[in-house]
Design a protein around this ligand. Structure first.
Ligand SMILES: [Zn+2]
Length: 360
């Protein structure tokens, strides 16, 4: 029997660079379980350790999860692993698949070992994490669709898509044999516009032509049900992963739009990770009118000084679907259900308004 859940988003990010550090605790029968989903950049590992000791009163983390190997997510986890006792580490090990993917690459001199080595070097934080876990005999599991991490089910990526679709595309991987998709680079080249345009409740403009990196699309998406609530953690997933996540969820009988009561807005509220179509698939369609009292919650990790994280147009999209939206921006925010322990010093969250003007 699972009772109560607390989801804490710690602030990550000097300057404009955002990251994720999320600590989750729930009660199973008489025991608390702790899951950490990403650790921010290296500097934030110490904050996570302090958080677990102070607010969860524990030195033990049941599940340490890395959504994807980018440094703003993997960086802080090493410190957690070195300074707390960890039950299981959940992370992808892209370098383990060299023999399965080597034939995608043009360069005949690439061997299994050299490909693995290049991936390890380029994803140094994730690789250091793996090494540290191996040294300590901490079991490492890969979060593929269908895996169970405590109360959470992994909804994306599937192993097959990860190995054959994503790893060969990692921009940090050696060059691909086939010509690169020009779509991605074209959209990447479009600079952030400086202007603002009007936005209205009943008119959404979020095209499904946006793309993000293969690393981001490899984010392990997690979903848990506690009581009537459904909790969705998305990492830096883009529309491809969100679509796959919705499909996988319905294949195992989870109606995400009906079930999701809490969601992590993907990729720090970036503009290139959500579309109207994918949002409809994971959290449902826009409501006709502004609800008096939003019944669902969306959190976003955004650096204090990131001027455009989260994007206003993305915030509006979640508000339209009946969410109240909270952001870190330099302070920790906590979402918790009834029956969880009271905490000192956690003030109310200021939720974001619907913006009449959004980035062009
Ligand atoms: Zn990120």
């Amino acid at each position: 029997m699972v009772n109560g859940i607390e989801i804490d988003f710690l602030p990550v990010g000097e300057g404009k660079h955002s990251g994720d550090a999320i600590a989750v605790r729930w009660r199973e029968d008489d025991q608390y379980k702790i899951l950490i989903y990403d650790g921010g950049t290296k500097a934030y590992g110490a904050d996570l350790v302090e958080h677990v000791k102070k607010h969860f009163n524990s030195h033990y983390v049941d599940y340490l999860v890395n959504s994807h190997p980018d440094n703003d997510h993997a960086g802080g986890l090493l410190h957690v692993l070195e300074n707390l006792t960890v039950g299981q580490l959940w992370m992808h090990r892209p370098w383990a698949y060299s023999n399965e993917i080597r034939h995608y690459f043009h360069d005949g001199r690439i061997t299994n070992d050299s490909l693995a080595e290049r991936l390890k070097q380029k994803m140094s934080a994730a690789n250091a994490l793996e090494k540290a876990a191996l040294e300590r005999d901490i079991p490492i599991h890969e979060p593929f669709a269908g895996s169970q991490i405590g109360i959470f089910t992994v909804l994306s990526p599937t192993r097959d898509h990860y190995v054959h679709g994503l790893v060969p595309q990692f921009e940090k991987s050696p060059e691909l044999k086939k010509e690169e998709s020009t779509a991605a680079s074209f959209f990447d080249m479009i600079k952030e516009a400086a202007g603002y345009v009007a936005d209205m409740w009943d008119k959404e403009y979020l095209p499904d032509t946006v793309t993000t990196s293969a690393e981001n699309e490899s984010s392990a998406i997690l979903f848990a049900t506690v009581g009537k609530g459904g909790y969705l953690l998305t990492g830096d997933a883009g529309i491809e992963a969100l679509r796959a996540c919705a499909d996988f969820a319905s294949s195992i009988g989870i109606d995400l739009p009906q079930r999701v009561s809490f969601v992590q807005i993907p990729h720090h509220g970036g503009r290139h990770n959500v579309s109207t179509e994918t949002l409809n698939m994971i959290v449902g369609e826009p409501l006709q009118n502004t609800p008096d009292q939003p019944s669902r919650t969306a959190y976003v990790s955004a650096a204090a000084n990131a001027p455009r994280h989260p994007k206003k147009v993305v915030t509006n999209a979640f508000l339209r679907r009946g969410f109240r939206v909270g952001q870190t921006k330099g302070r920790a925010i906590s979402h918790f259900t009834q029956g969880t322990p009271k905490r000192e010093g956690w003030g109310p969250i200021t939720y974001l308004p619907f913006y009449e003007e959004v980035e062009e």
